[in-house]
Write a protein that binds this ligand. Structure first.
Ligand SMILES: Nc1ncnc2c1ncn2[C@@H]1O[C@H](COP(=O)(O)OP(=O)(O)OP(=O)(O)O)[C@@H](O)[C@H]1O
Length: 231
């Protein structure tokens, strides 16, 4: 595997069993994600975008094939190993922010660090750095219900980057935001990609959001059917 390759999917298949029926989503899917890529994944509803993101994040296991990350196979890790791998390598950003409503911004951002060996002082410092990066250091004590959608998504971004992961996975990160706020969030993702070297994979239905990515892959019925590289 080349030094530049972060993720490699080799002949990946994925099917779900529902009652007596077997639903095949992917059959022999191959994909390479290079370090520093900002990939947008688009495609019709049901084409497998979220399933793919979940397999990249180790939330869902493939039914067959191999998934390699940074030179190591992750599809054969145990549940515990996968949890630790995820905590160190992956940040997640979701459409509806998924913040814990009873925790303030700083405590929400701290959550992924509770899975690491960092001391309380180190955790506090990392939380402060992440909140400053998203421009919310003055909102550390605010509860999610006291913040706008855009601010909540910025807290979610801070939570995604606080453990300094190599890869950020985003599922419709701007699906719940107005255009102006969406653009702010996308500019922030672009900054994390360009200035902080984060590799990003973003599922989106919005062509305007995909334009922030360095390339767009189109998925249809579990196959990549088109690839557009940004000018
Ligand atoms: N746990 C599951 N059990 C059974 N079928 C599932 C499961 N998860 C996903 N599927 C099926 O897999 C297919 C792909 O779903 P997925 O959510 O990946 O699509 P998507 O492209 O992200 O769609 P959308 O754009 O609507 O979010 C769908 O037909 C869905 O019904």
């Amino acid at each position: 595997m080349s030094q530049d390759v972060l993720f490699q999917l080799n002949g990946v298949s994925k099917s779900f069993v529902k009652g007596k029926e077997k639903i095949s989503i992917f059959d022999d899917l191959n994909m390479t994600i290079e370090r520093g890529d900002f990939l947008a994944i688009m495609g019709p509803s049901g084409s497998g975008k979220t399933t793919l993101l979940n397999m990249l994040g180790g939330v869902d296991q493939p039914s067959g094939g191999e998934i390699w990350f940074d030179g190591a196979r992750i599809d054969s890790l145990s549940e515990g190993e996968l949890t630790r791998w995820r905590a160190h390598n992956i940040g997640f950003i979701f459409q509806f922010y998924n913040l814990m409503p009873m925790l303030n911004a700083a405590r929400n951002v701290e959550l992924p660090l509770l899975l690491t060996k960092l001391s309380k002082t180190q955790r506090r410092a990392n939380v402060e750095t992440a909140l400053t990066l998203v421009g919310l250091s003055d909102r550390a004590k605010h509860m999610p219900s006291e913040m706008s959608g855009g601010q909540q998504q910025r807290v979610a971004i801070a939570r995604a980057i606080v453990s300094d992961p190599k890869l950020i996975l985003c599922d419709e990160p701007t699906g719940d935001l107005d255009r102006e706020t969406a653009d702010e969030i996308l500019e922030m993702l672009q900054l994390l990609n360009r200035e902080h070297g984060k590799t990003i994979v973003m599922v989106t239905h919005d062509p305007a959001a995909a334009r922030y990515a360095s390339q767009t892959l189109y998925l249809d019925k579990g196959k990549f059917v088109q690839r557009e590289v940004a000018a």
